[in-house]
Write a protein that binds this ligand. Structure first.
Ligand code: MG
Length: 255
């Protein structure tokens, strides 16, 4: 469990009183900590791995509303805020956590399908999510820097993993970041992860990748920091504004 002081220090603030040198020192401290923990001498940045919902697109509010409304139709209570905590879980797992809590038993296969279909129908009726402000700008900078931007999604649509979990329960885990590293042919210290979800931060950290949290939803910062986020920005716009400083620190810091 990280201390409050440490957590506070990791939260990047846009206050004018924090000058660029302070930012560099903060980034370097966190990078040093990462390098020490993972026994690397430096981060040789080649790729930036972006989550999609709540990072590239402002779509989490729609997912949260869809989950809330769908569960209500089946007599179960799932608040919008709780939906943010479940982001990255399979639909089946989310439904069963709520069903166990609310009714004391798990939904059967047919009901899971119906609830998930209801959730998807509501989601599809909502206005299309806009790109997150600042996302296009930072993606352009990352490309111009010669780095590879990659999208890694644990998006809530019915996925192959849901099917696998149905036929082979508790065998497969969602490992999007490890898979992304494999696909790009790079090591964990050659990428950074950009995530908004607690489970996504956990996955980035578990893959051994320097993980930058963007708190674009209603959860407290500590929820993301306690999952091991190395740095936290309050928005994609703040990440975009600080990209150069961040990249420079990642490039220059070594043990
Ligand atoms: Mg997300």
């Amino acid at each position: 469990m990280k201390s409050t002081l440490s957590s506070t220090r990791k939260v990047h603030s846009c206050n004018a009183c924090l000058n660029i040198i302070n930012h560099i020192i903060m980034f370097q401290q966190e990078i040093n900590q990462y390098l020490t923990t993972h026994h690397y001498t430096r981060i040789d940045l080649k790729a930036v791995l972006f989550d999609m919902d709540g990072v590239l697109f402002d779509s989490m509010k729609n997912h949260a509303t869809a989950w809330h409304e769908a569960m209500k139709q089946y007599g179960m209570s799932l608040s919008r805020e709780e939906a943010y905590l479940h982001e990255g879980r399979t639909g089946e797992a989310t439904i069963n956590i709520v069903s166990q809590r609310e009714r004391g038993y798990e939904a059967d296969e047919e009901e899971i399908k119906r609830i998930y279909q209801t959730k998807s129908d509501i989601f599809n009726q909502l206005p299309k999510a806009d790109p997150m402000p600042g996302a296009f700008e930072v993606l352009k900078k990352i490309k111009a820097d010669g780095l590879i931007p990659m999208v890694v999604t644990g998006s809530g649509q019915l996925s192959l993993l849901d099917k696998l979990n149905h036929y082979f329960p508790d065998i497969f885990q969602r490992e999007p970041y490890l898979m992304a590293l494999q696909k790009a042919g790079i090591q964990a210290n050659e990428a950074v992860v950009i995530e908004n979800a607690p489970l996504g931060v956990r996955a980035g950290v578990a893959a051994g990748i320097f993980t930058i949290a963007l708190n674009t939803g209603p959860l407290p910062n500590d929820v993301l920091l306690q999952e091991g986020a190395n740095i936290l920005f309050p928005s994609m716009a703040a990440f975009n504004e600080n990209w150069e400083t961040c990249r420079q620190s990642l490039q220059d810091t070594s043990l």
